[in-house]
Design a protein around this ligand. Structure first.
Ligand SMILES: *Cc1c(COP(=O)(O)O)cnc(C)c1O
Length: 506
């Protein structure tokens, strides 16, 4: 509604009322103006009505929504299904042009604003989360692994002699494949065991650089967020080595935005040495569906080169999802989520420690890992290696997701590379163990139910009678009794939640 429309409305309804409605609209518009002018995440959460108003206004700026448009091109943003159209708020043109995923589309001013704005707001959040000196970033509609590949492919042109990527080992397949897919040969740097922690072998990194020669190395590919007992790489020292030998440094920060420690490592690394880009997953850090990543860095022209490397246009969905999400949280809401995650990490850590001690096991001392925790499974393993694996299946059938057991001595071949002790980040970790993480969005109930079910499964593994059952049972099948118990537990949760609601009927 513009001024003329409001005046026209005054012929139908008392002008005073229309004026009030007009003012109400202005408060929505002011929020939109601030967002467009500043390009920063608003402090307070936006109401859904403001977000929808904003998205509809963007959509009518795109040519597919022009009322008088006659499209005679091969890409006119036509969508057959109304459902699909609504799912995308009528924004059909995606992002980018054939030569650059960050370029502006003449046919789609609204989508182009959305794309630029999302990147700007994401930069604000990355700074807020701890990498204060980051200068640019962009959302790519690919998950982390493929986004890392894009970074490596961009470096290829700058380092024509390079064949190798120096990679402190992390047992996660997409990190490894990101290098293989880009056509490079990973040089695996085994971690060193310090106490219970697996840490970067800086000396081995430097020895490899000297042996292979800096020119033959594309980059160092390091990792912040990882499963315990591995801990974030020694980023500062790696960054200094990269600066010393003039070798690029790409950081896999997959789920590190949610941890101030991981972000601080990147900030420090860039301050004292060299970091060219760091990559983070949208779903793992911002609670959106899988499909996007943010590539960020400290040098705008390098970031532009990466975005130009992307061939063609791309889906706007990841950008749209994350923009809606941060607007509906506000900076304060996102900070609260980060704070809750940190508190739940301490809670999970304490609870897991108690449970470990009660079961004659140990919470491994991995204090450098701010997200993931590991508990030894020595006793289970003493029964048999299979018992460790079985514990994993038992947890899975009891609807515990995300906890992983790591038995001793599993080997795996990935793209022709043999990894001894795969999933434990080293060839032979001293004990079998179980890991669990406190990731953004986790609730106290998640921890409580996990601890309860894990305790029960550990008892079953020892062939102890679970409370209230006559026969000891160690099975991977969920029984009727267990389904009933899961339902009961769920009932308890729902009841607690219902009880917490104020009764508004009175
Ligand atoms: C999730 C993750 C990745 C990338 O996985 P995608 O599915 O490509 O997002 C890479 N490294 C680590 C440590 C991860 O946790």
């Amino acid at each position: 509604m513009n001024a003329e429309n409001f005046s026209a409305g005054e012929q139908l309804v008392t002008p005073a009322y229309v004026r009030q409605g007009r003012q109400a609209r202005r408060t929505h518009e002011q929020l939109v103006r601030l967002l467009l002018e500043k390009g920063k995440c608003p402090q307070d959460a936006w109401d859904e009505s403001t977000i929808e108003l904003f998205l509809h206004e963007l959509a009518v700026m795109d040519s597919n929504n022009f009322l008088g448009n006659c499209g005679v091109g091969e890409r006119e943003g036509r969508v057959a299904s109304g459902m699909v159209s609504r799912r995308h708020y009528r924004l059909m043109h995606g992002i980018g042009r054939s030569g650059d995923v960050s370029a502006i589309q003449p046919k789609a001013a609204g989508s182009s604003i959305l794309n630029k704005l999302t990147n700007s707001v994401m930069l604000d959040i990355i700074k807020m989360a701890g990498v204060r000196s980051a200068t640019s970033c962009f959302v790519v509609p690919m998950a982390t692994g493929m986004s890392l590949t894009l970074c490596f492919l961009t470096l290829r042109h700058k380092r024509p002699k390079a064949k190798y990527i120096i990679w402190p080992r992390i047992d996660q397949k997409s990190c490894f494949k990101s290098m293989i897919t880009a056509g490079f040969e990973p040089v695996v740097i085994e971690n060193v065991l310090e106490g219970d922690e697996l840490r970067t072998d800086l000396n081995a990194v430097e020895v490899q650089i000297q042996e292979l020669g800096a020119d033959s190395i594309l980059c160092v590919h390091s990792t912040t967020s990882c499963f315990a007992p591995r801990v974030p790489d020694r980023l500062e020292e790696l960054a200094v080595i990269c600066a010393k030998y003039d070798i690029p440094h790409i950081v896999n920060n997959a789920y590190g935005v949610q941890s101030s420690k991981c972000m601080h490592l990147i900030q420090q690394g860039a301050r004292v040495g060299r970091i060219d880009a760091f990559v983070q997953s949208l779903d793992k850090n911002f609670m959106v569906p899988v499909g996007g990543a943010v590539v960020a860095g400290f040098n705008e022209s390098f970031l532009q080169e990466i975005s130009k490397m992307y061939p063609g246009r791309a889906s706007a969905s990841p950008s749209l999802d994350v923009l809606i999400t941060v607007l509906s949280l506000g900076a304060s809401g996102y900070k609260n989520l980060l704070q809750e995650r940190k508190e739940m990490f301490v809670y999970l850590s304490n609870e897991l420690k108690k449970l470990a001690e009660g079961n004659n096991e140990r919470l491994l001392d991995t204090s450098h890992n701010p997200i993931s925790l590991a508990m030894s499974l020595r006793n289970v393993n003493e029964q048999s290696g299979a018992a460790v694996t079985q514990l994993g299946s038992m947890l899975f059938t009891r609807q515990v997701s995300g906890a992983r057991v790591v038995p001793l001595g599993t080997s795996q071949s990935i793209n022709g590379y043999d990894f001894k002790g795969f999933t434990s980040h080293c060839n032979n970790y001293p004990c079998a163990y179980l890991i669990a993480a406190s990731a953004i969005g986790i609730k106290m109930q998640d921890v409580d139910l996990f601890i309860k079910r894990l305790d029960k499964c550990l008892r079953l593994c020892r062939n102890e009678k679970p409370l209230g059952e006559d026969q000891p049972r160690c099975t991977e099948q969920t029984t009727e009794a267990e389904v009933a118990e899961l339902t009961r537990e769920l009932g308890d949760i729902l009841q607690v939640e219902t009880a917490a609601q104020p009764d508004i009927s009175k």
